[in-house]
Design a binder for this molecule. Structure first.
Ligand SMILES: Nc1ncnc2c1ncn2[C@@H]1O[C@H](COP(=O)(O)OP(=O)(O)OP(=O)(O)O)[C@@H](O)[C@H]1O
Length: 469
């Protein structure tokens, strides 16, 4: 049995028939994966349980001695409007059902409803309750601008405001069991975010990472689900899959946008049913890990073009975070550079160098297609070549020279727009404007400004002198 209570709030079953209470809790646990269940056979005690336990959803019988279900429903709605109520009644009467919904019940089921439909309805209600608490938590964090567990983000170096919002959002969805989709360009730190999500969830198990790009369907199934002995030729031993290894923890599936269509079906079924079959086994196992996925692709676009299943996309994006690229987190450049230089210096047994003044300016004008991974590699490269007091700029200068692609003559990309109504500036005036802009972007650094506009530094210096600067 799982030691992680799900959902994070309790589900209270109120019914005067003990056998029904028992069979219902077994169905909730086995088919629904719900483990946070309270039972109440005496309707007079139901309100006390709601007062003393963290109840979020009540499954309520109608015909009970002492206090009827309808009376209890009214009390719950009046005293605990945030607690959801589903009626589970032996009465198949439209009028009663309508009345209960009017009084504030979330849904109404007849006890003879088949288990699958009932469990699906309860899942929907749990999801609604989760969203309600997530919204409340998120609003609270935004209003107070607080983080409750900053230690979960200790490895993520940032002072960017949008990253702080990402952290606040992640805290608010931490108790949920639903999948999380992390998107963002390569190297922005998606895997680090997955680890932070795991820490926030306070799950006792490990984080198990699987890169699913390029796995064919059979390998994907075997990797995730494992197999029984003799499941296929060569399977001489049973092997637990990654889902099993991540029990009570987090299963992190990286590069989910590259998953093959047949594996997408398998993942969808796993998320929908919460169950899977190890290869060669006809007994389903219940997943006891939270699933976190990441991609550098735009899944919305992939879904529209038919490359990614729409139903899987909607399942995955219940909780979604987009990690901004480094070029949009300029405030992070300086602290990340300092951090990586110190880290590299320590690893290489060197003393940390002084950073030349022009370096931050140079970096601010670079796009970092490889994001933080690229900055880290540059810092390590520079440290490996570092000898004296001030850090050499040579490694960093290379990126501007090499990485800025030459303009494509076939592409009609004009970075400046001219107004048809106004006469054109002269070549001389245009040159002056360009120099002013380059000097502004380079914060007065002539060597950098000259690189930005593709002339030598002495040539720039000459033109500035001519301009009287
Ligand atoms: N904010 C950060 N602070 C410190 N290190 C970071 C930060 N963000 C990323 N890194 C480092 O940058 C490297 C790339 O990060 P990570 O692997 O998490 O990126 P990713 O988005 O998952 O990349 P990919 O899409 O290629 O899998 C790692 O070495 C990671 O430790």
């Amino acid at each position: 049995m799982s030691n992680h209570l799900y959902p994070h709030f309790g589900i209270l079953l109120v019914d005067d028939e003990e056998p029904f209470l028992r069979s219902m809790s077994i169905a909730l646990e086995r088919s629904g994966g719900f483990t946070h269940i309270y039972r109440c056979q005496d309707s007079r005690k139901a309100m006390d349980i709601i007062a003393s336990e963290p109840i979020g959803l009540v499954l309520l019988d109608l015909t009970m001695p002492h206090i009827t279900g309808e009376q209890l429903l009214q009390q719950i709605v009046a005293d605990y409007p945030d607690v959801g109520v589903i009626i589970l009644s032996g009465l198949n009467q439209l009028e009663t059902a309508m009345n209960c919904i009017r009084l504030g019940a979330y849904d109404y089921y007849v006890k003879t409803t088949d288990d699958d439909r009932l469990i699906e309805g309860i899942r929907r209600a749990v999801r609604m309750q989760e969203m309600r608490t997530e919204n409340q938590a998120l609003r609270q964090r935004f209003l107070n601008d607080t983080l409750e567990q900053p230690e979960a983000f200790a490895d993520i170096i940032t002072q960017d405001k949008s990253m702080r919002s990402v952290f606040q959002y992640l805290e608010s969805i931490a108790p949920s069991n639903q999948p999380v989709l992390i998107s963002g360009e390569s190297g922005v730190g998606k895997e680090q975010i997955a680890h932070a999500i795991h820490k926030l969830s306070r799950r006792s198990g490990p984080v198990v990472c699987v890169n699913v790009a390029g796995l064919d369907d059979a390998v994907f199934a075997d990797t995730l689900f494992g197999h029984r002995r003799g499941a296929f030729t060569g399977a001489d031993k049973a092997r637990a899959g990654m889902i099993e290894q991540a029990a009570e923890g987090t299963l992190f599936l990286d590069e989910i946008g590259d998953l093959s269509p047949s594996s997408q079906v398998k993942l969808l079924r796993l998320l929908q049913e919460g169950e899977y079959y190890p290869l060669g086994s006809d007994r389903p196992k219940r997943i006891r890990a939270r699933v976190v996925v990441a991609t550098h692709h735009n899944l919305e676009q992939k879904q529209q073009s038919g490359e990614f299943r729409k139903d899987l996309y909607y399942r995955l994006r219940i909780h979604q975070v987009e990690i901004p690229p480094l070029r949009k987190r300029k405030a992070d450049l300086g602290i990340l550079l300092e951090y990586f230089l110190s880290e590299a210096a320590q690893e290489m047994g060197k003393s940390k160098p002084t950073i030349p003044k022009e370096l931050p300016v140079l970096l601010e004008n670079y796009d970092f297609p490889g994001n933080i991974r690229e900055l880290r590699a540059l810092a390590y490269d520079a440290m490996s070549q570092h000898r004296s007091h001030i850090l050499s700029m040579s490694v960093f200068r290379r990126i501007l020279d090499i990485e800025t692609p030459p303009p494509d003559p076939n592409e009609n990309l004009c970075p400046v727009h001219f107004n048809d109504q106004v006469s054109l500036p002269t070549l001389q005036e245009m040159g002056d404007l360009l120099i002013d802009e380059a000097m502004r972007r380079a914060q007065g650094n002539q060597s950098l400004a000259s690189r930005l506009i593709g002339i030598s530094q002495p040539a720039l210096s000459k033109r500035l002198k001519k301009k009287g600067l």
